[in-house]
Write a protein that binds this ligand. Structure first.
Ligand code: NAP
Length: 308
């Protein structure tokens, strides 16, 4: 793991890529990207000297880090918490699809400055299709959460033409903020906001929900074993599938509940893998489908998981 001081003194040869975070210690992105780069290098010597490094950068130091990354000729940058939102207001250009997300997780130097992209939505859509066999288009979706990940997901669902979107959040204020962001993207798609306390057993709201919802958890409830369920699945009209963005731990209380109810379900590692493969495509031009399998093997190995 490297620091801002390491970056200022950077003299490593070859083509460098970086991920910046605070904290960054547990990131498995370097394992995924370096495995994919090593695999690419076997077939194409252009990639022989490409390496992906991780940097612990305090949010106050992000502007300086971005300047140094350019001076040191880094080809591309991934950003994780809390830099995705901070960088959004500091880069020279934003990919139009990332504009409503208000956050960027991938940067590429464009000549005049860093150009920001957001590959999380692609990662989510690809993982849901791969692990649950569901397309977001024409699908009714129940999204849990209203934070940064939910915002990216909500934008993706509307951009891909889901048939209706319900968003459930614990706190009304953050829910209303998200609904305000999504309203201009809604087109004709029905969009509803609900708070958890309005979803008690026997409530009118519950009765009005359709069966066959695709439930996506974008809350952080489930990161710890003692966390409450983000929703009681047994109270909903039978969902078609449940996707939990959390991947560590891979088995959250929500996914255990889905399993007990016999509902198809998947954890969030596929989302991480596919957003990474898309970022590598932005830097190398190599299609994400080509590098995703190698990234998947490396990610499963890094987390000690059986590949599924
Ligand atoms: P965030 O901005 O902090 O938002 C957290 C959300 O979780 C808020 O909606 C919050 O509700 C809700 N929440 C927190 N604790 C809760 C609880 N005990 N019960 C019910 N709701 C609760 O976080 P984020 O960046 O959006 O990340 C959310 C999750 O997505 C994290 O677990 C993260 O690891 C995961 N994620 C995964 C990937 C991937 O590649 N797989 C990518 C991005 C994020 P309030 O508004 O009420 O506080």
């Amino acid at each position: 793991m490297h620091s801002l001081a390491d970056l200022a003194a950077w003299s490593q040869p070859g083509t460098s890529l970086a991920v910046l975070g605070h904290p960054i210690k547990h990131s498995i992105s370097p394992a995924m990207h370096n495995a994919a780069l090593a695999d690419l290098a076997r077939a194409d010597t252009r990639f022989a000297d490409w390496r992906y490094h991780r940097f612990e950068i305090h949010p106050d130091d992000l502007p300086q880090a971005l300047t140094l990354l350019h001076e040191k000729k880094f080809r591309g940058v991934n950003l994780t918490v809390p830099h995705k939102i901070i960088a959004f207001g500091r880069v020279a250009a934003i990919d139009p699809a990332a504009q409503p997300v208000g956050a960027v997780n991938t940067l590429r130097w464009s000549g005049e400055g860093w150009h920001g992209f957001n590959t999380d939505g692609y990662g989510l859509a690809t993982a849901v299709r791969e692990s649950l066999g569901r397309d977001l288009a024409h699908t009714p979706i129940l999204l849990l959460g209203a934070g940064g990940a939910a915002r990216g997901a909500g934008v993706e669902f509307l951009q891909r033409g889901c048939s209706a979107l319900w968003i459930v959040n614990r706190t009304r204020e953050t829910l209303d903020q998200l609904l305000g962001v999504l309203a201009p993207l809604q087109g004709g798609i029905p969009l509803h906001g609900l708070t958890l306390d309005g979803l008690g057993a026997g409530s009118d709201t519950l009765a009005s929900l359709p069966t066959g919802l695709l439930v996506i958890n974008a809350t952080s409830a489930g990161l710890r074993e003692t966390d409450p369920l983000p929703i009681e699945l047994g109270l909903l009209p039978r969902p078609s599938a449940v996707y939990d963005m959390i991947y560590n731990p891979p088995q959250t209380p929500l996914l255990r509940r889905a399993e007990a109810l016999g509902i198809p379900h998947a954890h969030g590692l596929g989302m991480l893998i596919h957003q990474g493969a898309k970022a590598l495509e932005i830097w190398t031009g190599v299609p994400a489908e080509r590098t995703a399998p190698t990234m998947a093997s490396a990610a499963h190995a890094a987390l000690g998981l059986v590949e599924g």
